[in-house]
Design a protein. Sequence first.
Length: 294
Amino acid sequence: MEPSLALGILRQLRGGPLREVIPSTLGEPLLWEGLDALADAVAAAGLLLNVTTNGTWPGRGARAWGERLAPVAADLKISWNGATAATAAAIMDGLDLAAAIDGVREVAAARDAAAARTGRRCRLSFQVTAQEGNVAELAAIVRLARDLGIDRVKVNQLQVQVPALAPRALGASADGIRRWNGAVAAMRAASAGGRGEAGAVALQGDVLLPERPGERLAAGPCPFVGREGWILAGGAFAPCPHPAAWSGELGDFGDASRTPLRELWEGPALRRLAEGYPDHPVCRACPFRRPGGA
């Protein structure tokens, strides 16, 4: 995205209900040339960033990125998928786990220093994709998070967007479900006694799955439609992060590079979806409406 587009949209929304700005949900936002300007604009508007990074801290290094982001972020999520070097490198190709752990320590130190200075504490999270390759290490990941001063471990089930991912999904077999449900108990036990604000690492997504493959948990309300707006790189507006929304299967919601975002937010297309999404076939099957899917 052109930085001028992001900054222009942010200026349009000042004084409204906007509370957080997510600079990316795909790719690595720390490589985006507009992040510094966006961070400054967000801080000037009294808002907060919500950042997900792969934990390699390109360019500045971990300590400098922690110092840059912690004062202006509500949540800094680090993608994390293994407790051993072999698993981490297999899931995130070539990752140096020891270097990644050192980076987390540096960022946590910067977070703590910023909190002591400002009185506001940025939450640090591990964002984990549970799958066949790491289910045996999920509890160890939580223990590592606890020891590193991570506040929350957010575990998402692997979403099968292409056929090649299907064998990795834990919900595809009775054995995978059994091992996931066992990992849930182990993660809960491992989360106690950490350095988080409540004395433990908070868990999110630690939900037991039905024992039979194909049986799904009941769908809840959509966590996105009417609450978050997603602007794609070229300016197209989407109501949620589902790939179907980004490809236009949920409708045409306009383009924020041509129309003020407030108009799109209050427009008839989004209103129709917000009122009728429970009956839309994409939304009925959406994993984001079930625990562990987002």
